[in-house]
Design a protein around this ligand. Structure first.
Ligand SMILES: Cc1cc2nc3c(=O)[nH]c(=O)nc-3n(C[C@H](O)[C@H](O)[C@H](O)COP(=O)(O)OP(=O)(O)OC[C@H]3O[C@@H](n4cnc5c(N)ncnc54)[C@H](O)[C@@H]3O)c2cc1C
Length: 314
């Protein structure tokens, strides 16, 4: 595998990466997918009821297995490895991992949202799918008449909190220290006026506790430790790892996500980004597969153009 030059190397085997792999593999390109085992939003999703065509309540893992199986029919290769960085000096691009370096004509970054690589808080992993969630739009419907908490920057959690007002009985919004309330003033005012909502400023989540499911969160609020009874904790806290991984090669938005254009191009020629990793409004399986389709079609075009140019001048 070491000396092979892949047409496309894809970082990530979530819905975005697997859709890209399907399209690129089906176009007879050589494709390698790098995946970090057991990591990724799709694998964390305990129940998905809104992916069209798949009925019942499959887990994210079920959908992952179906998508992966489909790519294998088109000779897509997979490697379990952790992406570490790029070497972009030569004609081809080098993707560095903890296992090996891989050479590619073009790269699709589909490694999901920032929290994938970030450090977990006490109780976070234990209660994932049992009250801990990273997506109110996905899990809001399960919070009917419950008390819920959200942790993150004001702007990031404001719309999520608004969505939860349709379902939850009580909403505790824990705003982190770096929140800037002026960013979405009118929405913040609407939320403050809602009697279901209580806001806590300069907050830091310390621990999530419970028995089988989440029962309380412990947080530091303006220097004081508080215990808050809650049945759901929605976390919007991690953005650091994307800066570390991609910050040097392409511009990131203020929350640390990769900026692309509508055709999934990053600012580096031949490097595309798809799915939750990119700066966008809605992070869902459907939007990730859509991004993956577009990124793959652009990557295929990029490879074919290069091949034709080489043929023309050789
Ligand atoms: C608990 C939960 C429930 C959800 N429920 C729903 C739902 O009901 N409906 C819905 O539509 N959406 C839901 N979502 C959102 C949905 O899962 C995501 O929007 C979607 O999975 C994003 O796809 P992706 O391919 O961009 O990223 P991901 O699914 O996060 O996949 C990222 C991939 O990148 C790999 N990766 C990450 N870092 C590295 C690295 N350094 N090196 C190598 N590989 C790496 C991972 O191994 C993984 O394969 C939910 C999310 C969560 C967390």
């Amino acid at each position: 595998m070491e000396n092979k030059i892949y047409d496309v190397v894809i970082i990530g085997a979530g819905p975005a990466g697997l859709t890209s792999a399907l399209y690129a593999g089906r176009s007879n390109l050589s494709v390698l997918v790098i995946e970090k085992p057991t990591v990724g939003s799709l694998l964390m999703a305990h129940k998905i009821e809104n992916y069209p065509g798949i009925q019942g309540s499959p887990t994210g893992k079920d959908i992952y297995n179906l998508m992966k199986e489909q790519t294998l029919k088109f000779n897509v290769e997979f490697v379990d490895a952790t992406f570490l960085g790029f070497d972009l000096l030569g004609e081809n691009k080098i993707v560095k991992t903890d296992k090996d370096n891989f050479t590619a004509k073009t790269i699709i970054i589909a490694s999901g949202w920032a929290k994938n690589g970030a450090k977990k808080l006490p109780g976070e992993e234990q209660y994932l799918g049992k009250g801990v969630s990273y997506c109110a739009t996905c899990d809001g419907a399960f919070t009917r008449n419950m008390s819920v908490s959200l942790f993150g920057k004001g702007k990031e959690i404001a719309e999520e909190a608004l969505f939860l007002t349709k379902y939850s009985k009580e909403i505790h919004m824990f705003l982190t220290e770096d929140s800037d309330e002026s960013e979405d003033k009118s929405l913040m005012e609407t939320l403050k006026a809602n009697e279901k909502i209580k806001m806590y400023y300069s907050s830091k989540l310390l621990e999530i506790k419970g028995e089988e499911f989440v029962e309380e969160v412990i947080a530091e609020v303006a220097g004081e430790k508080i215990n808050c009874k809650t049945q759901f904790a929605f976390l919007y806290l991690g953005t650091k790892s994307l800066k570390e991984l991609y910050g040097e090669i392409a511009p990131l938005d203020e929350s640390g996500y990769l900026i692309t254009d509508e055709a999934m191009h990053t600012s580096i020629e031949g490097i595309f980004a798809a799915g939750d990793v990119r700066s966008k409004m809605i992070r869902q399986v459907t939007t990730a597969t859509s991004d993956g389709t577009i990124a793959a079609l652009e990557a295929i075009k990029f490879v074919l153009k290069k091949q034709n140019l080489r043929a023309q001048y050789s």
